[in-house]
Design a protein around this ligand. Structure first.
Ligand code: SAM
Length: 281
């Protein structure tokens, strides 16, 4: 019996179902159920919420989410070997856990979920950033989710919360902070995982804002930010030359010196620039 439920400890689950970790699937498991419950608590009040979990593996975080009172957990796992272990959890929480054996990049989970929805995951590192970008760039805003509570490599977590003037500041910071509040809520050393990864990890919590922090057209902002950070060492008048006609005029309209580099420009100023470019298009 474990600390948070009546199911067996995770080491036993892994031994019973022979879930040796596979590098190709980004498998670094969390086996401490007190820790997975702590991560689940960072996701906010789960009662009355459906929770989408990507990559449950042997189910440590899944059990944390259920023990914290999630109305329902939809767990999407690519590794078929994990299904029997996850079915055991489903049996212990009747009607509360739905497991889908699929690649998270290929399915649309919306049809299985009822709002309000929160997303929580110890993401496979190989697909984590791609999923985050998808969740941050839907066609309409607000998105289908209220919050994202996600484990990343520390370096990626720092890029999500980065502020102007830092090396980590770039496209991911702008994408995340334009329409969400983002903060690092937990740091984990490699030894928290089995097997331990090479680098430290961190949990980032993002809350969707009801509307973007500053007005801007999403496609224009995205194009400008991509161009600006693609050549981050160049002055903006050079890096943005191909991004819009009369770029120096737009920079002036947005109050950005043409000699500035992308790293120094605030989110608000990038949005002002996108508005000026869009208005002239
Ligand atoms: N959540 C578990 C935990 O905290 O111990 C496992 C985390 S492990 C870092 C990542 C999990 O994602 C693995 O179980 C892996 O099989 C799964 N996974 C990898 N790629 C996936 C994909 N494209 N779609 C769904 N699951 C995936």
């Amino acid at each position: 019996m474990s600390a948070i439920d009546n199911l067996p400890p995770l080491r036993e689950v892994i031994a019973t179902h022979q879930l040796s970790a596979r590098k190709s699937l980004g498998q670094n498991f969390l086996l401490d159920l007190n820790l997975t419950a702590k991560i689940a608590r960072q996701a906010g009040d789960l009662t009355g919420c459906d929770v989408l979990e990507i990559g449950p593996g042997p189910g440590g975080l899944t059990r944390g989410l259920l023990s914290e009172g999630a109305r329902k957990v939809l767990a999407v796992e690519k590794d078929t070997r994990c299904m029997p272990a996850l079915e055991e959890i489903a049996a212990a929480y009747p009607g509360q856990l739905e497991v889908i054996n699929a690649d998270a990049l290929e399915i649309d989970p919306l049809q299985y979920l009822t709002p309000p929805v929160r997303i929580a995951a110890n993401l496979p590192y190989n697909v984590g950033t791609e999923l985050l970008v998808r969740w941050l760039t839907p066609k309409d805003w607000p998105p289908f989710w209220q919050s994202l509570t996600l484990m990343f490599q520390r370096e990626v977590a720092e890029r999500i919360v980065a502020q102007p003037g830092s090396k980590a500041y770039g496209r991911l910071a702008i994408l995340a902070q334009w329409r969400a509040d983002a903060k690092i809520v937990l740091s984990l050393p490699p030894g928290a995982f089995t097997p331990p990864p090479k680098v430290s990890s961190a949990v980032v919590h993002l809350t969707a804002l009801p509307e973007p922090r500053f007005a801007a057209d999403a496609a224009t902002l995205s194009r400008i930010v991509a161009a600006a950070f693609n050549q981050r060492r160049k002055m903006l008048r050079a890096s943005l030359k191909g991004a819009a006609k009369d770029i120096e005029e737009h920079l002036a309209a947005a109050g950005i010196p043409p000699t500035e580099r992308a790293e120094q420009v605030s989110l608000e100023a990038f949005c002002a620039l996108a508005r000026s470019v869009k208005a002239a298009a």
